[in-house]
Design a protein around this ligand. Structure first.
Ligand SMILES: Cc1cc2nc3c(=O)[nH]c(=O)nc-3n(C[C@H](O)[C@H](O)[C@H](O)COP(=O)(O)OP(=O)(O)OC[C@H]3O[C@@H](n4cnc5c(N)ncnc54)[C@H](O)[C@@H]3O)c2cc1C
Length: 503
């Protein structure tokens, strides 16, 4: 019989799944001061060739944690697409465009970061049961040394699209299964022309040759239904579909990775079920079109981490944790919507052509381009900040600001690196400092001035800005406005009553 740890391991938050979303969440929880244990069944980062795109908002968030620079100098690509129609993703700000980073590299980085902050990341541990009670959750996992029992105040399922936690607890997960699919393979030893979402009479074909000579091919035959699969397709199936669609033979190549993915779309009806929360692919299933799936999940983690940490530390306002559900479910719904539209544009047969032609005329119009680029990049996400949200910046992410703090150059993103909230005072007004003082243990007051001209996106007369730890603006005002209606209410709403701090 396998050994079982005699006394359960106790922690404040149990994260199930140490993929990119679970690891990001673990780091965020540690920044907020919560104890966290991650159970991950794999023994190392993914070796599968999965998501390779980090969008601008994710890059900003990584910069806000001091992680972007650690990625080195990955290739950056302003060219994106909407349903295969070219879309220039250039927007104001230093992070715009797509950052090409293999998912395994992102996971390595986040693993090292979460551990450096003190997260207990246990690889080789597979969760089998999870029960949620009134005041705690309890999990059982099999690990290298037998069964491990973990007891925690909260659990977060970050265990991917086939989430074990979702299967065990069966929350409502409405949506639809895949009707159509794309077959995909990374193949060495073939020589086919590069194709960027080429629609041929029989189907869609994509081919991209990497610098190492390996070509990624993707193919869909118009009208073909998704198959029920329990394993990856054989390469012969991909090669046959490729030949029917393009007329080219690739069967003599060496397949390095073969995979099929469908246009299933599902989203949990609620991301929070008492003491169990869901994030990333465990919370929403979508076709990975335009590289949005991973980015959506990482942004879930950054929204949830500080709220859950404040909750377990006993200093969160009563409804703070529920705002994770309302804020991120709305964002997820919108992303799943645009992915569904793109799936129709890409995989639809000739009936999709008129809509494609119309969008092809609209997308070059600057307003349309900026709108779509904002949506795909995640830069246009805006949360409801309630009654204090009158200023045009409220709810949006803080645009990139170059700052001087004293004589030291900094940026708005850099101010977030220590975790916690930030009250940025651009005019050095003692009244603003005084108003923030009671929250000094949770919100860092920083007086700074703009280094250079006022950037795009910062409205004239913005003298003070309260930032949540996820970089979204909770309150902003002119100095005169701040004197009349200061940040006090917003500080209470997002950071709790002053003087409640546990530490
Ligand atoms: C085959 C494939 C190809 C993809 N290709 C692309 C792409 O080209 N572009 C794109 O943008 N996105 C792509 N995606 C999607 C992208 O990889 C995901 O959106 C992203 O990985 C989501 O991160 P996550 O942390 O939520 O889930 P995952 O990365 O799936 O991580 C979940 C983690 O939980 C662990 N786990 C699961 N069950 C248990 C358990 N019971 N106990 C302990 N640990 C458990 C898993 O081992 C895994 O490490 C692809 C996904 C797949 C599956």
């Amino acid at each position: 019989m396998a050994a079982e740890n005699a006394t359960p391991l106790t922690t404040e938050v149990l994260v199930v799944g140490g993929g990119p979303v679970g690891l990001m969440l673990a780091g965020e929880l540690r920044l907020g001061g919560a104890e966290v244990t991650v159970l991950e069944r794999r023994t190392g980062p993914t070796t599968e060739s999965r998501a390779s795109t980090l969008h601008a908002r994710t890059a900003e968030l990584l910069d806000g944690r001091g992680l972007l620079g650690r990625l080195g100098d990955p290739p950056r690509e302003p060219r994106g697409h909407f349903g295969g129609i070219p879309l220039d993703l250039t927007l104001p700000g230093p992070c715009s465009g797509q950052w090409k980073v293999p998912q395994g590299r992102t996971e390595e980085l986040l693993d090292a970061w979460a551990r450096s902050l003190g997260a207990d990341v246990r690889r080789g541990h597979e969760l089998h049961t999870l029960t949620a009670g009134e005041d705690h959750v309890e999990a059982r996992a099999s690990g290298p040394d037998g069964t491990v029992v973990v007891r925690a105040a909260y659990a977060v399922a970050c265990d991917g699209e086939d989430s074990t936690v979702r299967r065990l607890l069966a929350p409502r997960f409405p949506g639809h299964d895949a009707g159509r699919e794309l077959l995909r393979a990374d193949v060495a030893g073939i020589d086919v022309p590069d194709r960027r979402f080429e629609r041929l009479p029989g189907g869609l074909a994509v081919a991209a040759r990497r610098p190492d000579g390996v070509t990624r091919v993707m193919v869909h035959e118009f009208g073909a239904a998704a198959r029920r699969r329990t394993a990856a397709p054989e390469f012969a199936e991909v090669a046959a579909a490729w030949e029917r669609v393009t007329g080219e033979r690739i069967g003599a190549g060496t397949p390095l990775w073969v995979n099929a993915f469908g246009d299933a779309s599902r989203q949990l009806a609620r991301y929070r079920h008492g003491r169990v929360l869901y994030a990333g692919d465990a919370a929403h299933r979508q076709m990975p079109i335009g590289g949005q799936a991973l980015n959506l999940g990482l942004q879930d983690a950054v929204n949830l981490g500080w709220k859950l940490a404040a909750t377990v530390r006993g200093r969160a306002p009563a409804d703070l944790l529920d705002t994770y559900d309302t804020e991120r479910r709305a964002v997820g719904l919108r992303v799943l919507g645009n992915i569904g539209i793109q799936a129709g544009l890409l995989l639809g047969g000739p009936e999709a052509d008129p809509l494609r032609a119309l969008l092809g005329e609209l997308i070059p119009l600057e307003e349309v381009r900026v709108h779509l680029a904002g949506m795909i990049s995640g830069l246009d996400v805006r949360y409801d900040m309630g009654p204090d949200g009158g200023h045009p910046l409220c709810g949006a992410r803080l645009p990139c600001l170059r700052l001087l703090v004293g004589d030291r150059p900094s940026t708005g993103f850099r101010l977030l690196r220590a975790g916690g909230g930030v009250l940025l005072d651009l005019v050095g007004d003692d009244r603003i400092r005084a108003q923030a003082a009671p929250w000094a243990d949770r919100v860092r007051y920083t007086a700074a001035r703009l280094d250079g001209p006022r950037p795009d996106g910062l409205p004239d007369g913005t003298d003070a800005v309260l930032l949540r730890p996820d970089g979204h603006v909770a309150w902003a005002a002119t100095a005169a406005g701040a004197a009349r209606n200061g940040p006090g209410e917003a500080l209470r709403r997002w950071f709790g009553e002053p003087g409640e701090a546990g530490a």
